[in-house]
Design a protein around this ligand. Sequence first.
Ligand code: 5GP
Ligand code: MN
Length: 341
Amino acid sequence: MILEKAKIELLRQIFEESQRIVIVSHTNPDGDAMGSSLALAEVLQQQGHTVHCIVPNRFPYYMKWVPKSNEIIVHNADKLGIAEAVIADADCIVCADMSSLSRLEQLGDSIKKNTKARRVLIDHHLSPSEEFDVMFSFPESSSTAFVVYSLIVEMFGIEAIDQTVATQLYVGIMTDTGNFAFSYLTPELFRAVAALSETGIDIPQIYNNVYNSFTEGRAKLFGFVINRKMKSLIKGTVAYMSLTEEEMRRFWFQQGDSEGFVNYPLTIKKMRMSAMFTEQSDFIRVSLRSRGNVDVNEFARRYFDGGGHRNAAGGKSFKSMEETIKHYISAVEEFHAEGKV
Ligand code: 5GP
Ligand code: MN
């Protein structure tokens, strides 16, 4: 990862001039959102800054063990208005693991109200928007946690990474690479992981905490979705699944229980693309995954007002489930006719 000297100096200056720093990350925070935000917060706190991490909504219950995750302010559950107050007071706002303030829903509007804070982007999504004073955008990085690792080492030295920070960063890298199975697994990334492991972090334990800590309801919901709801198109090369609120209730759904389901159809050899539609209170969340050259970032942008990465993207639909699925099927047919899937 090549970090431009001039940008590092600018970031250093922004941090030096900022006593109060706020770090925000995207809606439906995942391991990378949490790990990259918390690690950066920890190091900046060591440097004497006052730092708050904010996310728009709750993170999954199986991420609660992540060190310092209890200090994250959840904007939509923040009855005391702490998030609004710290944002209004911030000298610097860092957006981690997201490429545009639109990924923050109402939290994005609160940030736009603060015109004095400098805005920093640290991310690995495609097409960052132009809302930032300095951007560290690396779409070829496996995770934002790896970008944060590189920035910390460059600015504060490897000594700044203690076991807490290493655990937080490892969670981000592990989850966004699907436990070292997805793209951008560079030698440089493994060197970073080696350095994290030097701190004595317990890698099997971290794996177990994240991937073997679900409820019985989730296991049963998973079986239900794969067995009853998975459908395929284009000769079994494109899949989709859906989950309504009623179905979620039937399996004692807790936030985060359907994370990862969308990946499963891609365990089928000829599958090229997979979609998952999850009913939320006021829209349908769309999750997309693909293999190889099939570009779901383009698909999400074109058909679901979203974005992400080439092989993992998402968006939203404000239609009914039935209409959303119809829209998806015709979008897939169009994409197929263009030779894109
Ligand atoms: P997930 O399916 O895990 O929610 O998201 C997969 C990827 O797509 C993530 O990198 C995420 O940031 C991106 N993504 C998910 N939903 C949206 C969305 O509504 N808008 C945009 N721009 N990206 C999204
Ligand atoms: Mn990420």
